[in-house]
Design a protein around this ligand. Structure first.
Ligand code: AMP
Length: 296
């Protein structure tokens, strides 16, 4: 497996590489969520490229850029074991040389939820879209993989690719969770053991909503109330807990075809996000219930 640091070396290495080329962009501190995307990329691509770049442009002034976990040696080993052929880990000056002065602006999708000025702000998805566009131009992948864990980011990238005609197919991998339900995140390592227990409130809230929907409760107010109750019980105050259309983030009054329930909350020093896609059960389907007691 190769490790490259400059765009020139990356391009030289990829010039004759077997296609399709599959790209998994990451900020490092790799965990099973990233590795599941790399393994999927291995199935899809003849050449698998993993980028590791903590992108300063997507961090706000009050965010954890300096503290963001970095362990390149471990990341390179894990990426190789998961099936990467090439890791691209450029220094910041390679991506943003002196004089760099362009930004890609993705419209409405990138203007709310995470991008609300009270949260990460509008600069966040500008930073994401810009670095992803640059990575696409640097690597020239046929397919690029992202995680459903960052649902809004996945939509922003789909829009970017559609609008700017990037010849790359986007595949979204499912959220990988710890055994207790906590969505894996590089930021989980900021949590103490008691904070980690509280953080479970996020996935429990999503599960409670999901259970209600399986029981055919589709009204947003009720579904959200069930989720809020779990958060409250865990002592977690959400920054937002919202039901949105899964394709365009439009506000949803009811759970319809595919509806995104997304949550963000600060737990101790970590800002955590999670989501689930809710689907109204098809008419006539019976919800499988757990068996209790003896059969009659
Ligand atoms: P990050 O390093 O946090 O920028 O994440 C890199 C990629 O991994 C993004 O596409 C994320 O959506 C994805 N990812 C992060 N956490 C998870 C997870 N728990 N399950 C699946 N994908 C994830």
């Amino acid at each position: 497996m190769k490790l490259e640091r400059t765009v020139a070396d990356l391009r030289r290495e990829l010039a004759g590489a077997p296609r399709p080329v599959a790209l998994v962009p990451t900020m490092g501190a790799l965990h099973e969520g990233h590795l599941s995307l790399i393994r999927r990329a291995r199935q899809l691509g003849a050449t698998v490229v993993v980028s590791i770049f903590v992108n300063p442009a997507q961090f706000g002034p009050g965010e954890d850029l300096a503290a963001y976990p970095r362990d390149e040696g471990r990341d390179v080993r894990l990426a190789r074991e998961a099936g990467a052929d090439l890791v691209f880990a450029p220094p910041a000056e390679e991506v943003y040389p002196p004089g760099f002065n362009s930004r890609i602006e993705v419209g409405d999708l990138a203007a709310e939820l995470e991008a609300d000025p009270a949260r990460r702000g509008p600069e966040h998805f500008r930073g994401v879209a810009t670095v992803v566009a640059k990575l696409f131009n640097m690597v020239g992948p046929d397919v690029a993989l992202f995680g459903q864990k960052d649902a809004q980011q996945a939509l922003v990238i789909r829009q970017l690719v559609r609008d700017l005609d990037f010849p790359v197919r986007i595949e979204i991998g499912p959220t990988v969770r710890d055994h207790d339900g906590l969505a894996l995140s590089s930021r989980n390592r900021y949590l103490s053991s008691s904070e980690r227990r509280r953080a479970l409130g996020l996935s429990r809230a999503l599960r409670a909503a999901e259970a209600l929907v399986e029981d055919r409760e589709l009204e947003a107010d009720r579904v959200l109330a069930a989720a809020h109750a779990e958060l409250e019980e865990a002592g977690v105050v959400p920054e937002y807990l919202e039901l949105r259309g899964a394709g365009d983030l439009s506000p949803a009054e009811r759970v319809g075809g595919e509806t995104l329930l997304c949550v963000a909350a600060r737990v101790g020093p970590a800002r955590l996000i999670d989501n689930v896609i809710l689907r109204a059960p098809a008419e006539g389907t019976l919800r499988p219930r757990p068996l209790t007691g003896a059969a009659t």
